[in-house]
Design a binder for this molecule. Structure first.
Ligand code: GLN
Length: 378
C-alpha cells in the first residue's frame, strides 16, 4: 500500500480552524493566542535579524538559549541539565516529540499513552512500527488507574508518554501519580516522554510537577517544552527537549537529519527575553484570569464545566443540551452558533463520545466576550 498512515486524515485542529474560517465563527478550537506577544520579545527578534544572525545555528541550538533553559529548569525543579549535552532546541514541541519517538521506538516496541491524548503521539509511534497501548481516562475526572496501567506493561514496553498538564483534559499529575510511575518503571528499561508544553499554565495555586523532579525518572526521560506556549508565539515553532546525555546523543542523531537546527535569530531573541524570569513566572495569573472569565460567563448556561487545573483549554460537557455526537455538536456549534471548539472524541482511538468539547481560552477579552454571548444564547 502507498500510505504508511492509512487511518490518519487531516488533524482535527486544522479541520476545525478551517470550518471556523469558512463560517466566520469565533475560533476557540485550535490552541493559539489571538493577541500580540510582548513587544519586548518582538524587538529582540527584529534586532537579531538586523544584526546579521541569519545563518545556521549549531545543530543542538544556540548556547545562550540552552543556558537560559537550563537555568529555568533548575530554578523551577532543582534539576540540573547540562546546556551543551543535555538540551536540544527543536522546531516546536511537536518536532521534539516526533524526534524522541523516532530515536527510540523500533518495530514492535510497545508505547503506553493516556487518552484523551494529543493527536501526534499515536501516528508517530505507528510510523516507526511501534504498537500503541492505551489507558483511557474518562470524564468527568480523567483520573489514572495505575493498576490498569501496570497491566499494560510487558517486556516489550519501550516508552510511556505522559502529557502534564494534559491537553485536552486540563488535568495535572500529582505526587501520588509520580510515585506510581516510579514503581512501574523501576527495574525496567522503559523510557518516558514527558510532554510538558503547558508547564507554566497551572491554576489555583497548584504547582506543576515536572518529570525531572524525580532522579529515578529524570534519568530515563525526555522532557519536551514549547516556547510557542510559553511566550504566545506558536508560529515561531520553537521548543526543546531536555534529556540525559546518553538519550540526547541519540535524539540528536535523528534531529540533525530532520531539521538539522532551528531558527537562529529567534533563538537569540528567546534567550535575551528569558533573562527576566518574570516573563514566564506570571503566566499562571494571566491565564487564570481568562479561564475564570470564561467559566463565570458560562456559569448560567447548561454546559457543565469540567475541572481545569492547567493548560489553556476548558472542557465542557453538553449532555444537558444535546445528545448529538461531539463531532456533530462541534460542527453545529461552529456553523449555527459561530463558536468553534474541538470534540474530545478526536483524542480517543475508539472515538469515545462522552459529550465533551474543548474550548481554548488563550484569547483576547473581546473574543471571549463574543463567544460567551453566543454560547449563552443556546
Ligand atoms: N497544540 C494546539 C492544540 O492543542 C494545536 C497545535 C496544532 O494545530 N498542531 O490545539
Amino acid at each position: 500500500p502507498l500510505s504508511k498512515l492509512s487511518n490518519v486524515g487531516t488533524s482535527i485542529f486544522s479541520q476545525m480552524t478551517q470550518l471556523a474560517n469558512e463560517n466566520e465563527a469565533i475560533n476557540l478550537s485550535q490552541g493559539f493566542p489571538d493577541f500580540m506577544p510582548d513587544p519586548e520579545l518582538l524587538n529582540y527578534s527584529d534586532h537579531f535579524i538586523k544584526k546579521g544572525f541569519n545563518q545556521y545555528a549549531p545543530m543542538g541550538g544556540m548556547i545562550s538559549l540552552k543556558e537560559e533553559i537550563a537555568k529555568k529548569i533548575e530554578c523551577a525543579h532543582q534539576a540540573v541539565y547540562h546546556p551543551d549535552t543535555e538540551i536540544t532546541v527543536t522546531a516546536g514541541g511537536t518536532q521534539a516529540i516526533f524526534t524522541a519517538i523516532a530515536s527510540f521506538v523500533k518495530r514492535d516496541d510497545e508505547v503506553i499513552i493516556f487518552e484523551p491524548a494529543y493527536d501526534c503521539y499515536e501516528p508517530t509511534v505507528e510510523l516507526f512500527g511501534g504498537i500503541v497501548k492505551r489507558f483511557e481516562m474518562k470524564a468527568p475526572d480523567y483520573e489514572i488507574d495505575w493498576n490498569s496501567v501496570r497491566n499494560l506493561v510487558t517486556d516489550k514496553t519501550r516508552m510511556i508518554i505522559i502529557n502534564n498538564p494534559n491537553n485536552p483534559a486540563g488535568k495535572i499529575l500529582k505526587e501520588n501519580d509520580f510515585r506510581e510511575l516510579v514503581s512501574i518503571v523501576k527495574d525496567t528499561s522503559i523510557l518516558i516522554l514527558s510532554d510538558e508544553v503547558y508547564e507554566n499554565i497551572v491554576f489555583d495555586g497548584r504547582q506543576h510537577i515536572s518529570i525531572c523532579k524525580y532522579p529515578e525518572l529524570k534519568e530515563r526521560s525526555l522532557l519536551v517544552a514549547s516556547f510557542g506556549k510559553l511566550f504566545q508565539v506558536t508560529g515561531w515553532k520553537t521548543g526543546y527537549c531536555a534529556a540525559p546525555e546518553n538519550l540526547t546523543a541519540e535524539f540528536r542523531k535523528v534531529h540533525q537529519f530532520n531539521v538539522f537546527s532551528v531558527n537562529t535569530p529567534i533563538q537569540l531573541a528567546l534567550a535575551e527575553y528569558m533573562k527576566n524570569p518574570d516573563h514566564y513566572n506570571n503566566l499562571n495569573a494571566f491565564f487564570q484570569e481568562k479561564r475564570d472569565f470564561l467559566r463565570q460567563g458560562l456559569s448560567s448556561t447548561s454546559f457543565e464545566m469540567l475541572d481545569c487545573e492547567g493548560t489553556y483549554f476548558q472542557a465542557l460537557k453538553y449532555d444537558k443540551i444535546s445528545d448529538q455526537s461531539d463531532i456533530d455538536f462541534a460542527r453545529e456549534l461552529t456553523i449555527t452558533h459561530k463558536v468553534a471548539s474541538v470534540p474530545f472524541s478526536s483524542f480517543y482511538k475508539n472515538k469515545r463520545n462522552e459529550h465533551v468539547i474543548r474550548l481554548c481560552f488563550a484569547k483576547k477579552q473581546e473574543t471571549l466576550e463574543k463567544a460567551i454571548d453566543n454560547l449563552c444564547k443556546i
